[in-house]
Each structure stands twice: as C-alpha cells, then as structure tokens.
Design a protein around this ligand. Structure first.
Ligand code: GLN
Length: 388
C-alpha cells in the first residue's frame, strides 16, 4: 500500500536498513546489512550514563548541547586538527548526526535550491533535500574505486547550488577522500559560493591513508558544517548523540532549525558523551586495529566465496562485486542471500539516484563480533559462484 504522504515523500518507502534487518530476522539470517555493532558500548561510557541518570539530569539540557560536551567536542577538534571552535557559539549537539543532516539542509536550503550529492549516498541526504523542497544534483562515485569525474562535478554546480554534501570516510564505498580530491571540491565550493556539509562520522575508522577534515582546507572553515557522532566511534548507535561544528553564522542558522526539530538531545547521555571524549589515544588505536582485523577477515572470506573485493580504506562497510554471480542484480542477490544462505547484506542501488549504477555489487558490514563474522563466513562458504 502506498502511504498517503506529501509529494515531498512520494517515492520513499521504508529505509533499506529497516527492510533488510526485518528480512534478516524473518529468515534467521546473520545481519551484515544494517551498520551497527553487535557488542555493547564501552564500559566507561555506560558507567558515565548510569551516573548521569542517577544525578538529576532529567530535564531539558541547553538547547544547542550541554556545555561540558560542547567544550569537549571543541577541544577534541582543536587538539586533533588545529581547528578552533567556540563551544558556546560554534557547536550544536543533536539527536544523532542524522538529525543534524536534516537540520543543516533546513537551515540553508530554500525551495528550489540545488544540493550536490555524491552517489552512492547515505539515504538521509537525499530525503532531507527533498523534504526541504530542494533539488538533488548527483555526481557519481564510480564503483569499485569510487573516484569521480571532475567534469561531472563541475557541471553539477549552477547558480542555484546552495550546498554540497560530502561523506568522508564514505558510506557505503569505504572511500577516504584524498587531499587532492578534497581540494578540487573545496575550490569549486569557494568559486560558486556554496556551503559544504561534511559528514565525518567514520573519521576514526580509517585503515589506509589519512582522514582530512574538509574544514581544515584553506577557506573551508567558514563554509563547512562538520558532523560527527558517538555512534561509530563509541559503538553507541542507539544513543542518538551527534554534533556539528561550524563557523558562528552557520552554527547560528543550524541552531534555529535544531531548536524546532528536537530542541535538545537527551541530557544524561550528553553528559556521558562528554566523558567518552576523555578516552585516551589508545582507545582509538585499539578500535581501529580491531576493525582492521575484521575488515581483513571478511575481505578474505568473501574473496574465497567468489566475490570481487576491494577492501575499504575506511568505515565498517565492505563492497563486494557480483561478477561471479551472473543473472543477479543487487536486490535479487541480497534477497536470495538472506533467504537461502541466511546472511543479509544491503543492495546499494538504494543509495543511487540512478539505481542502475548500483546493481553490480552488494554492501556487507563488518562491525560484528568475530563469532558473528565467523558464523556468516561459514554460511557464505556454501556459495558456489555461477548463475542461480
Ligand atoms: N548508517 C547505517 C548504515 O549505513 C544505518 C543507518 C540507519 O539504519 N538509519 O547501515
């Protein structure tokens, strides 16, 4: 049944994450589809939350984020990247980075404005653009290396372009944009007077190359809203704590949208998040090392099962080519894999404006315990390449 939605939401169904998780549950499949860890958040974080819940933090927090968290966020960005943000004026905490994606588009895009997106994209970007009455202009990151054509990017800019949304490191591609690529994007944004929403929630999950924040490029701090969150770095996707750092006028517009969306994120969890940002450097090193091991394990197993694998430079996503499984597109393959082999993956065509570009591969996640990955790999071993 088609939901009686507005025209803005026409064409949207339940997100592919929810759909594949439901299908996985229905068929008893191991869920390598939706990106969430199957382990708990670190003890120091849960303990901080229990303390905060027990210490009279039950009412609204400061609208833009409790100050002690905003201060930690600003300190952390300053220490790692030498970028200065005023915690009172230039940091906004929201209910996950997903809220702040929506809030940023609401803050800057009028009806009819254009927004440049790189496909494949996290599906929230396009939905946020449509819900603001703005128009997506899509540039393709070409599988398997997810490079883009500079000419196509240049042509995507028009006098109506208001915002460019970048996801770096990139979901689902696992791409870490090089400095040279970021410079090309930055130069075009500056030339056309376009703002950049840089979603950097996978900033700590980088195995090859180095993460460069868009805001650290010359001239970009003033035109970039940078997003990060607790979800990936602290394995707490259910806490819904994300944040934005942006130059004062941008942050002030973003606050306007945020105050009418959720007003404030959960107070005790924000207080606990402040404690998380005190984690020592070894925490991040161990997180990265553990993810690198999982990446290599799943990459090797998928290759043995017949997939083409290009290990990701970052994130916890791994794209696997379907060349050895003719007769399938991504959607039919994911359905078959979930129902018959009992391992769920995401069909990436859901992340494309031109869905044909996403038919030849599928996305697995490796943010799962070793025993979960091993069980999935055991099931995948029964795959025999060829038509089915
Ligand atoms: N970002 C996560 C993914 O790509 C899931 C987000 C969600 O389920 N809303 O799997």
């Amino acid at each position: 049944m088609t939901a009686p939605s507005t025209r803005r939401l026409a064409g949207y169904g339940t997100t592919i994450f929810t759909e594949m998780t439901r299908l996985a549950q229905e068929h008893g499949a191991i869920n390598l589809a939706q990106g969430f860890p199957d382990w708990d958040a670190p003890d120091f974080l849960r303990k901080a939350a229990l303390d905060a819940v027990g210490s009279s933090h039950d009412q609204y927090g400061r609208m833009a984020g409790v100050l002690q968290l905003a201060a930690r966020i600003a300190e952390d960005i300053g220490r790692r990247h030498g970028l200065r943000y005023d915690p009172e004026q230039e940091v906004v905490v929201g209910c996950g980075a997903t809220e702040l994606i929506f809030a940023t588009v609401q803050a800057f895009c009028d009806v009819g404005d254009e927004v440049i997106l790189f496909e494949p994209f996290y599906d929230s970007y396009r939905a946020s653009v449509h819900m603001a009455g703005a128009i997506p202009r899509v540039v393709t990151l070409r599988y398997p290396d997810f490079t883009f054509d500079l000419g196509q990017l240049r042509r995507a800019f028009s006098p109506r372009t208001r915002l460019l949304i970048l996801n770096n490191p990139h979901n689902p591609g696992g791409k870490v944009f090089s400095r040279a690529e970021l410079e090309e994007i930055a130069a075009l944004c500056a030339h056309h007077g376009v703002l950049c929403l840089s979603d950097e929630v996978y900033e700590h999950l980088v195995y090859e190359g180095q993460h460069t924040p868009m805001a650290s490029l010359p001239g970009m701090r003033e035109r970039t809203v940078t997003l990060s969150s607790l979800s990936k770095t602290f394995s707490a996707t259910g806490w819904r704590i994300g944040w934005a750092a942006a130059d004062r006028p941008l942050a002030s517009a973003l606050r306007l949208a945020h105050q009418y969306l959720t007003f404030s994120a959960p107070t005790p969890l924000q207080i606990a998040a402040a404690a998380a940002l005190d984690a020592p450097p070894s925490y991040y090193d161990e997180l990265r090392a553990s993810y690198r091991q999982k990446r290599d394990f799943l990459a090797g197993a998928l290759r043995s099962a017949g997939f083409e694998v290009h290990p990701p430079q970052g994130t916890y996503f791994l794209c696997a080519g379907l060349g050895a499984f003719p007769g399938h597109d991504d959607v039919s393959f994911c359905r078959w894999l979930t129902e018959q082999i009992k391992v769920a993956a995401i069909p990436p065509s859901a992340f494309y404006e031109n869905t044909e570009h996403g038919r030849g591969y599928v996305r697995f996640v490796f943010c799962k315990r070793q025993e979960t990955l091993q069980a999935a790999v055991d099931r995948l071993a029964s795959l025999r390449p060829g038509p089915r």
